[in-house]
Design a binder for this molecule. Structure first.
Ligand SMILES: [Zn+2]
Length: 438
């Protein structure tokens, strides 16, 4: 299949944040022994035969996942105990001897065991979410996978003997030597590789690589970032960052493709074509957005020793649900990049505590001015007369909160954070920090 024009210019996602299981980019950073696990993804160019072998692997992994989920659900319904991971794994091995499931032997057994591991992890996330052990948004119970899911994936671990060959090809057991488009070097030998087919029909290899921290030279600068309403982000120095034009253009194209799809007859060939167009437009938006997040987060981390952002859960419910979901989804992806890059490059990263009224407090004198409706973009402090831009004022308060938390963490008395704040504004910031304590 010839590639659509422009496809090659898409930057293939390089380092997404790391994940354990599940799909790339959705899980928090795994950090153990001081190492950071990162994901490096590259486009794959499988041959027609390899595509068939991969499709078989996706299918088998899906069946194993769904069988195991059905077994656990049945046990639950019958009032029996939760089937252990070990019992599941044994049942899988035994099922290969049965005529109905003998065809599972046609794919690498590691791929099948990893499908079980995905399910086990999904259950663990669900249980931990129920018990409150897992922070963040609530996680639902695992769901059945479908052939129609837009994203299909299988994972090979080191004991599957996948290998990056000297020729640059990726050797996958029972698939073959697949061509990889190396957009950048892998920094170390990968621990596992996930092969993904996305909705646009593109194949990717996503390697998990363990990286040691690479601290950058210490700088004195610190910054606070607020999630803007009209802008993607607003910095405490007054910089407002809009979504880049290429991203907005891609989003416009996506909307157009969506409209075209809705006009096509159900079940028609044209509809299928339109569906692929939508998937491609979608992939472009995702790639463009990730690219933008990477560039901005790298810049922020390079330039600042300490970065504070607002904890998203703090955000008021005032915004409309749609705008919020779109905006916040992008924001949390960006924030997790800041988080892992801070860890990687020896920077301090903080989320400003919950329930801090960052938009209500004057960042110059610290007076709490009360809540303001969303249309109020600018206000004048009644106490000190400073004219504030709503978002910039919030970003300044976030930066001040970050400095205060840093000092508290060090156990010292609250004193001017000379090492963190740019000197020019230290006075006013100190005021804001003090007021925030009260
Ligand atoms: Zn004031």
């Amino acid at each position: 299949m010839p590639l659509p024009r422009g496809e090659d210019q898409l930057s293939v996602q390089d380092e997404t944040k790391c994940v354990g299981v599940c799909y790339p980019g959705r899980e928090p950073i795994i950090d153990y022994d001081g190492c950071v696990q990162l994901r490096y993804s590259y486009r794959l160019a499988p041959s027609p035969a390899q595509r068939i072998a991969l499709a078989r692997a996706f299918g088998c992994a899906r069946v194993v996942f769904n069988d195991a989920l059905a077994a656990r659900q049945a046990a639950h319904k019958a009032g029996e105990r939760y089937i252990t991971d070990a019992a599941m794994s044994a049942a899988l091995t035994a099922s290969k001897d049965s005529p109905e499931r003998a065809w599972l032997s046609g794919v690498s057994s590691v791929v099948l065991q990893q499908a079980l591991a995905d399910l086990n992890q999904a259950y663990r996330n669900y249980f931990n979410s129920l018990s409150g052990k897992r922070k963040g948004p609530k996680v639902g119970p695992p769901r059945f996978r479908s052939r129609k899911d837009s994203r299909q994936s299988v994972r090979f671990t080191a004991n599957a003997r996948f290998k990056v060959l000297d020729s640059g090809k990726l050797r996958l057991p029972k698939v073959g030597d697949v061509e990889v488009r190396w957009s950048r070097r892998l920094p170390a030998a990968p621990a596992s590789v996930t092969v993904i087919r996305d909705a646009a029909g593109r194949f990717f290899a996503s390697f998990v690589v363990e990286v040691s921290p690479q601290p950058l030279p210490v700088t004195g600068a610190g910054c606070g970032i607020d999630l803007g309403l009209d802008h993607f982000a607003v910095m405490d120095d007054g910089t407002k960052i809009a979504s880049p034009r290429f991203l907005r253009r891609a989003e416009k194209k996506l909307r157009r493709a969506h409209k075209a799809l809705s006009r096509k007859q159900e079940g028609s060939r044209n509809r299928e074509k339109a569906r692929v167009q939508v998937a491609r437009a979608h992939a472009r938006v995702t790639d463009a957005r990730r690219d933008f997040h990477h560039k901005l987060s790298t810049k922020v981390i390079r330039e600042n020793q300490a970065v504070t952002v607002e904890d998203l859960s703090v955000r008021g419910l005032a915004r409309t649900r749609l705008a919020k979901s779109i905006h916040d989804a992008g924001w949390s992806a960006f924030v997790s990049m800041l988080e892992y890059k801070a860890k990687l490059y020896g920077r301090e990263f903080r989320k400003a505590g919950r329930f801090e009224p960052t938009s209500q407090v004057c960042s110059a004198c610290g007076v709490k001015d009360g809540p303001k409706p969303l249309h109020v973009r600018e206000w004048t402090c009644k106490e000190c007369g400073t004219v504030h831009d709503r978002d910039v004022n919030a970003a300044r308060n976030i930066a001040a909160l970050g400095r205060r938390e840093a000092l508290n963490a060090r156990g010292g008395p609250v004193r001017p954070a000379a090492t963190l704040a740019p000197a020019r504004e230290a006075g006013s910031r100190r005021g804001a920090a003090r007021a925030g304590t009260g």
